[in-house]
Write a new protein. Structure first.
Length: 443
């Protein structure tokens, strides 16, 4: 961190303005080489207009707004200069080249945030939240990420860490002062550990939602030709995306639409109707249907009064299938099976309840949602929480088996260590590098 980095921090060019960020011990020196008035003479956290000059013949490249932040009061905790230049591709390239010639080097992906983390400006969950805000595919993903940036996850984990700390005090007192304290109070220890375990299990239940909100899910429509797959796709999407016709075999290829259903980014796929076909092109489409089904999180299996359900050899789990009876407006069925959605793409009957059914099936599949809907942990948090839960369960077993207190202390230490890794207080460098390398350049 003793070098100075520079990168474009804003996106989508051309734009009115683009922000180039420079951070490091020589940030002021570097920028001074291409401007006329020194950064040090500018009031910290203030903006002023500055002409940017070439190094060799001092011709003007652009006129920028220069914002100066003095360490430690900046995003990275280092000296930072932001140059708000005009947002054209050429001008941005030229200014970056000037900064590199003046002593900065190109920033790696996520390197500004990594420096903020290393300088104690952010913990790892907040740094991850920044990446999540940038990558958020839906409003609800952005909302969860903003809550995490505000510290919802950190404060929940901190409160469990405090419980573990009080359990450690209990155990270590009986190790250090056996005459005064006596044996570990197993009842008190059990109470604290069980409460910590309950909190961790509640956090763990948010993992499914976290995964879905960040990565999305695929939902595939399957059924015999003419059962109404394309009509249902259009009804859910709210627009005419797929061709609908009374001719069986209309859809030949898979068609994807991307939707936000209940905050989950969904890829909804229409497929070619399944039947034995001698038509070579239709058969290729049918093979693609089978591939889509194999990769699906949810399969909507369609049937109607005159089209029986098809057999789905590619689906392993019943939990993957949602049964749908189509064309309810034409149906003579009075009481559809309770596990079947009764819908009409023409009247709209049952469509909203089917959408709700898809969302709740996705969320409930692995144990449902947490009561705290503003937390949704990611895979890294989930892995660490699992290790902490395992360590705490070993504490309960050891305490029941009256195993010596120093071994119980080791397990409590392990649980605390795993939780501290969530905020990154004890994360080794290789691990945080891995996390920040997934960020975009300039962040
Ligand atoms: N009355 C009524 N007709 C429907 C409904 N859904 C679909 N249809 C009609 O059924 C016929 C077939 O609909 P599609 O949506 O093209 O069926 P598909 O399953 O995509 O058919 P293929 O692409 O050939 O596999 C069309 O004439 C639609 O207008 C419905 O809910 N009610
Ligand atoms: Mg179709």
């Amino acid at each position: 961190m003793n070098d100075t980095i520079a990168a474009l921090a804003s996106g989508r060019i051309p734009a009115g303005v683009a922000i180039i960020r420079v951070s490091g011990p020589n940030a002021f020196l570097v920028v001074d080489k291409i401007t006329a008035v020194s950064c040090a003479s500018q009031h910290p956290s203030s903006a002023r207009i500055a002409k940017l000059y070439t190094l060799a013949d001092r011709t003007v490249v652009d006129e920028a707004l220069r914002v100066v932040f003095m360490a430690p009061r900046s995003f990275t905790g280092e000296d930072v200069v932001e140059l708000h230049v005009h947002g054209g591709l050429v001008v941005i390239d030229e200014v970056l080249e000037l900064l590199y010639s003046a002593g900065a080097r190109p920033a790696n992906p996520g390197e500004f945030s990594e420096r903020a983390f290393l300088n104690g400006k952010l913990d790892l969950t907040q740094a991850e939240a920044i990446a999540d805000i940038i990558a958020a595919p839906t409003r609800s993903a952005r909302q969860l990420a903003a809550a995490q940036l505000g510290g919802t996850l950190t404060s929940k984990v901190n409160s469990v860490e405090q419980q573990i700390q009080s359990a450690r005090v209990l155990v270590e007192a009986s190790i250090d002062f056996p005459e005064d304290v006596g044996d570990v109070d197993d009842l008190a220890l059990g109470r604290i550990v069980k409460s910590a375990l309950a909190d961790l299990e509640e956090l763990q239940r948010t993992a499914r939602r976290g995964h879905l909100v960040r990565n999305g899910a695929s939902v595939v429509l399957v059924g015999a030709p003419n059962v109404g797959k394309s009509s249902l796709l259009n009804a859910i999407a709210g627009r005419d995306r797929a061709i609908v016709s009374p001719i069986a075999g209309t859809t030949r290829d898979t068609i994807d639409v991307h939707l936000d259903l209940g905050g989950i980014p969904i890829t909804l796929t229409d497929t070619a109707g399944l039947r034995d076909s001698a038509d070579e092109i239709e058969q290729i489409g049918i093979d693609r249907t089978h591939n889509s089904v194999r990769d699906a999180d949810i399969v909507l299996a369609l049937s109607s009064d005159d089209t029986p359900p098809i057999c789905l050899p590619d689906v392993n789990l019943d939990s993957q299938i949602i049964r749908v009876h189509t064309k309810s407006d034409l149906s003579s069925v009075n009481a559809p099976r309770p596990d079947t959605h009764f819908i009409s793409a023409v009247t709209g009957e049952g469509i909203d309840s089917l959408i709700q059914g898809i969302v709740s099936r996705l969320l409930d599949e692995n144990g449902g949602t947490s009561s705290d809907s503003l937390i949704a942990i990611n895979a890294r948090h989930a892995a660490l929480i699992t290790l902490a839960i395992e360590a705490l369960n070993r504490v309960l077993l050891a305490s029941a088996a009256r195993i010596p207190a120093d071994l119980i202390a080791v397990e409590l230490h392990d649980a605390a260590f795993q939780l501290a890794s969530i905020s990154g207080r004890n994360v080794i460098e290789a691990m945080h590098r891995e996390i920040f390398s997934r960020f975009c350049i300039g962040k």
